[in-house]
Design a protein around this ligand. Structure first.
Ligand SMILES: *[C@@H]1O[C@H](CO)[C@@H](O)[C@H](O)[C@H]1NC(C)=O
Ligand SMILES: *[C@@H]1O[C@H](CO)[C@@H](O)[C@H](O)[C@H]1NC(C)=O
Ligand SMILES: *[C@@H]1O[C@H](CO)[C@@H](O)[C@H](O)[C@H]1NC(C)=O
Ligand SMILES: *[C@@H]1O[C@H](CO)[C@@H](O)[C@H](O)[C@H]1NC(C)=O
Ligand SMILES: *[C@@H]1O[C@H](CO)[C@@H](O)[C@H](O)[C@H]1NC(C)=O
Ligand SMILES: *[C@@H]1O[C@H](CO)[C@@H](O)[C@H](O)[C@H]1NC(C)=O
Length: 453
């Protein structure tokens, strides 16, 4: 009980926040406390929130907390902060005056368990000068901004003050916030960063060069640049080539222009996951990272493909323009293949049966020939190979089976025979002979084989 009272005391009196109002809700299963500033009934229900590991403050204008800016935590407050169980702080739908941030960070420095900070749909209100911070020893290792707006950082923020903290930060997310670049000087301060997500911003080819200058993010493993304004595949390759720890690169939803033939470039050899989904590619005539295990090429306009990637395990080709199954002979370790939403008319079971998972629904299956249907059914018979079977396997031709499920087409070899005979090649003749022999009531060679036994 001491802690409860102490905490309330700290929160309502010590911070001199007479205008603090709001209503809190404790969501027990997630140990998440949400306090809204909109309701003007005082800090109602705050006590039930005391065991929460995540605190979220929503909806309002923190200018009314401006008094906070000058407050320094004294010994008693430090004791309370040290006892807190909070791990994550979230600020949602708020106006945040910049000048309260340094004090807020100083308070957070004393709460040893707070490792994640998140700002969602917040507007940072520019103030002329950031007050100097004192001791800044935050243990926050994960920082996320989503849909935030702020004035560009210029001289009013002395980044050197933050250096000690930026050095330990591991995860940084700044999504859908109209960011165009990261100053080279600042990128170099993130010496421990593992994970950087800047998706949904306005990074473009030129700003890539400055943002990923030599020496930034030396520990970076995951980089997400999905949905930006990148147009040159080669520029991305050149600018991130020095990130020697990078294992995962997401470039999906950028519009790459047809190849500029200027130069070839080496991707980091550490890259294992590469996402080129929805980037306007028509063919892959560009260099790919040599050691990739997962390659996503879905939602492009690829109509032929011939890859040679010895380590590749998963290949995603959904929603392209493929008319035939690409050759897998130089992908010896492939386990997962998605070919759904293409224009493929046949699935040759031989080359595909060794896969662990194959998605090939929503194609234009040719159901004229029982041989082709048998091949698909053969694949479907292997447990869990075709997760989208049977509902997504639909005949496109011939007209009288259009929109039939492949599984429902009656298996009549006559159909196949007719088509074959009309072509009249030697191969077709041989296949017809084979079919005739197979249909004989007694296999013609069985007698001899029995005698030999
Ligand atoms: C974002 O926050 C503002 C108030 O700061 C609010 O009016 C708006 O509805 C919020 N937008 C979304 C998408 O939640
Ligand atoms: C960083 O993000 C990754 C991926 O979202 C997550 O698995 C990891 O736990 C995070 N690390 C920290 C320190 O928050
Ligand atoms: C990014 O691309 C979008 C859409 O193509 C465009 O509206 C926007 O102006 C571009 N932004 C920048 C910074 O280039
Ligand atoms: C690639 O990015 C898209 C979003 O653009 C996402 O839906 C997809 O899951 C990603 N692929 C992989 C393999 O992570
Ligand atoms: C298929 O890819 C196109 C881009 O090539 C994209 O616009 C469309 O949304 C994708 N369709 C589906 C169903 O994913
Ligand atoms: C379907 O396969 C048959 C037999 O191989 C062939 O004659 C026919 O042209 C094919 N139909 C289409 C639409 O490809």
């Amino acid at each position: 009980m001491f802690r409860t009272q102490a905490f309330m005391f700290f929160f309502l009196l010590e911070l001199k926040l007479p205008k603090a109002k709001g209503n809190c809700n404790f969501i027990e299963p997630q140990s998440h406390c949400v306090c809204s500033l909109l309701e003007s009934t005082g800090m109602k229900n705050f006590i039930q929130c005391l065991p929460a590991a995540t605190y979220e403050l929503r909806e309002g204008n923190l200018e009314e907390f401006a008094g906070f800016a000058g407050i320094k935590p004294d010994e008693r407050i430090v004791e309370i902060l040290k006892a807190l169980q909070v791990r994550k702080l979230i600020f949602t739908d708020l106006f945040v005056p910049e000048n309260i941030l340094p004090s807020a960070m100083e308070f957070v420095s004393y709460a040893p368990l707070v490792s994640e900070l998140e700002f969602v749909n917040c507007t940072f209100l520019r103030t002329s000068q950031w007050p100097p911070t004192g001791r800044l020893n935050m243990q926050v290792s994960s920082l996320r901004f989503h849909k935030v707006t702020a004035a560009p950082l210029d001289d009013r923020l002395d980044m050197a003050q933050l250096k000690r903290w930026l050095k330990i930060l591991q995860n940084l997310t700044v999504t859908e916030s109209q960011v165009t670049s990261i100053p080279c000087k600042i990128g170099k301060m993130f010496t421990a960063l593992h994970f950087l997500d800047v998706s949904g911003n306005h990074f473009h080819d030129r700003s890539m060069e400055s943002s990923f200058c030599e020496g930034v993010f030396p520990q970076l493993q995951v980089l997400k640049l999905h949905h930006n304004n990148l147009t040159s595949y080669e520029t991305v390759c050149k600018t991130i080539g020095h990130l020697k720890m990078l294992t995962h690169l997401d470039l999906s939803q950028n519009g790459f222009l047809p190849r500029d033939f200027s130069s070839s470039c080496m991707w980091p050899h550490s890259l294992h996951v590469f996402n080129l989904s929805n980037t306007g590619l028509e063919h892959i005539d560009r260099s790919l990272p040599p050691n990739i295990e997962i390659l996503d090429l879905s939602a492009n306009n690829i109509f032929t493909l011939d890859l040679s990637l010895p380590g590749l395990k998963e290949l995603y080709l959904s929603n392209n323009s493929l008319q035939t199954v690409p050759s897998l002979s130089r992908l010896p370790h492939l386990e997962v293949l998605n070919l759904d939403q293409n224009q493929i008319s046949e699935l040759p079971s031989k080359g595909l049966k060794h896969l662990h998972s194959l998605k090939a629904g929503h194609n234009l299956y040719n159901c004229s020939c029982s041989h082709h249907i048998r091949e698909i059914q053969d694949l479907a018979a292997k447990p869990s190979l075709l997760p989208d079977w049977p509902q997504d396997y639909i005949c496109k031709s011939p007209p009288h089976y259009q929109d039939f499920l492949v599984k429902d087409v009656p298996l009549s070899s006559l159909l196949c025979n007719k088509a074959l005979v009309s072509h009249g090649s030697i191969v077709n003749l041989l296949i017809s002979l084979y079919l005739i022999f197979c249909w004989l009531p007694v296999p013609p060679f069985s007698d001899t084989s029995f005698h030999q036994l």
